[in-house]
Design a protein around this ligand. Sequence first.
Ligand code: PGA
Length: 260
Amino acid sequence: MEKKYLIGNWKMYKTTKEAIAFMQQLLPTLEAIDTGSLGVFLAPSFVHLSDMAKLIDRKGPIQLVAQNCHHEAEGAFTGEVSAAMLSTIKVSGVLIGHSERRMYQKEDNSLLAKKVKRVLKTGMQPFLCCGESLEDRKNGKHKTIVKQQLQESLCGMTPDEVAKLAVAYEPVWAIGTGEVASLDIITEMHYFIRQTLLEAYGGSIKVPILYGGSCNPQNAAAIFSAPNVAGGLIGGASLQVDSFIQLVKILLEKANDKAH
Ligand code: PGA
């Protein structure tokens, strides 16, 4: 069965105490469910990663993802965190190019390409985020922008390297707004991303494509049933244990439906 992904992106929320309490509630529930081929990930603040890592096992039902890392291996970069620092504390993936970092930290595609390479070098999985702004969509540029984001952020990469990553399609206008993209848009954009990667890297590449943007337990069943949707990158609805567990169950059910 194709691997499915559910990633909770906690952004700049939760204290360490709250993060640990979340894990202590989540872990026994996940251990009681057979999560099978579903990868369940949490992306907390850097500050919580090592405490949370102590509660998990690399083969357990939950894995950790960082929200960012620096593109250089190491150096005099005050305030930054390297990929190696993350991989040595049981972090298995890194979000790259989330639209909030593109917007507030002015991260551009050429910088993101360096980050993707760095993350791959340390053996972690890059989760490359892409997605158009409302203005791009109104101007009919959504496909051009997403294609450019993918081409430039994956510049110089081999098909083998690209096969190791996952992409998250997150239309900027749907993030944190409660305005989820319609199923037509999700289906069209995921197909477009799939085709763009196939044209560039060949037919054997099956990069998982996750959807993100106001996904919650009310709308997830429909989203996760759409073609080429391999799961979700979840912000707001990942902050409460109950809604996160509901999302895990919905994705698992949809993955089993697709397999039969
Ligand atoms: P949201 O955030 O689910 O709160 O819209 C998604 C994200 O930013 O990854």
